[in-house]
Write a protein that binds this ligand. Structure first.
Ligand SMILES: Cc1cc2nc3c(=O)[nH]c(=O)nc-3n(C[C@H](O)[C@H](O)[C@H](O)COP(=O)(O)O)c2cc1C
Length: 231
């Protein structure tokens, strides 16, 4: 398979749940947990098993009860509030059966320096199905000229693009990114409708350059951030 072939088959690949792998059921994540007081810290096996047995909630506004409408209102407000927290933008990558899958994520943070741990928080996604099988993920911190990748890996591509990856320590990482982190999953925490994937860093690299930023639901750069009215 040429590198191009790999790129053509990578990412935004088959719709979730279309393969015959029994783990495909893991797409029903988080929001389906009924007991919010359940332990938050689990082993990878326990957490993925919980994910596997989760029940899918009905969707659609018509089915919302008054209480869940309030929950939805609070969720929308929290999204807006958290949108005031400016972040960088990353693409999480992993490889399964020779196929690269990428997903845009800004819920990425450093957890510990000794040992070196990072975390990414993922909701219901194809990536969340793949990670228990891959056991590893890569993080590419996007540069200001990589906004099209952020859209692409969030499923919002307008025109087809062909991202290029470099493999480091057996993990695919997006070429041209400002920083790369490769890690092995060492802990998984179920948290509401998301799962926290903690990874021990096995590879890292960075370069100088301008970051892509995300604020108030929009992409920007450091220059744009400095041009505001300060209010
Ligand atoms: C700027 C930006 C940041 C995002 N951050 C996250 C995130 O941290 N966690 C998450 O679960 N989804 C996040 N998303 C949404 C996912 O990228 C999106 O749901 C994606 O389609 C999931 O891909 P997958 O299901 O193919 O793995 C973000 C989207 C954007 C545009």
């Amino acid at each position: 398979m040429s590198e191009r072939d790999g790129v053509a088959r990578l990412t935004r690949i088959a719709p979730a749940g279309t393969d015959r792998d029994p783990m495909a059921a893991t797409r029903h994540l988080g929001g389906s947990r009924s007991n919010s007081t359940a332990p938050r810290t689990r082993s990878l096996d326990a957490a993925t098993s919980a994910v596997r047995h989760a029940i899918e909630l009905p969707s659609g506004v018509a089915q919302l009860t008054p209480r869940s409408a309030a929950v939805e209102r609070a969720a929308r407000e929290l999204r807006q509030v958290m949108g005031r927290f400016a972040t960088g933008v990353t693409v999480v990558t992993t490889e399964h059966r020779g196929q690269v899958h990428g997903m845009t994520a800004n819920a990425f943070l450093s957890v510990s320096l000794r040992p070196p741990l990072v975390l990414v928080s993922l909701g219901r996604s194809r990536m969340s199905e793949l990670l228990p099988r891959a056991g590893r993920y890569g993080i590419s911190v996007l540069a200001s000229d990589q906004e099209h990748f952020a859209a692409h890996f969030a499923g919002r591509s307008i025109s087809p693009i062909a991202p290029e990856f470099e493999h480091r320590d057996g993990l695919p990482l997006l070429s041209g990114a400002l920083a790369h982190v490769g890690c092995r999953i060492v802990d998984v925490h179920s948290a509401g409708d998301h799962v926290l994937w903690i990874g021990e860093v096995s590879h890292m690299h960075h370069r100088d350059g301008d970051p892509l930023l995300f604020y108030g639901g929009r992409f920007g750069g450091l220059a744009a951030a400095g041009e505001g009215d300060g209010g």
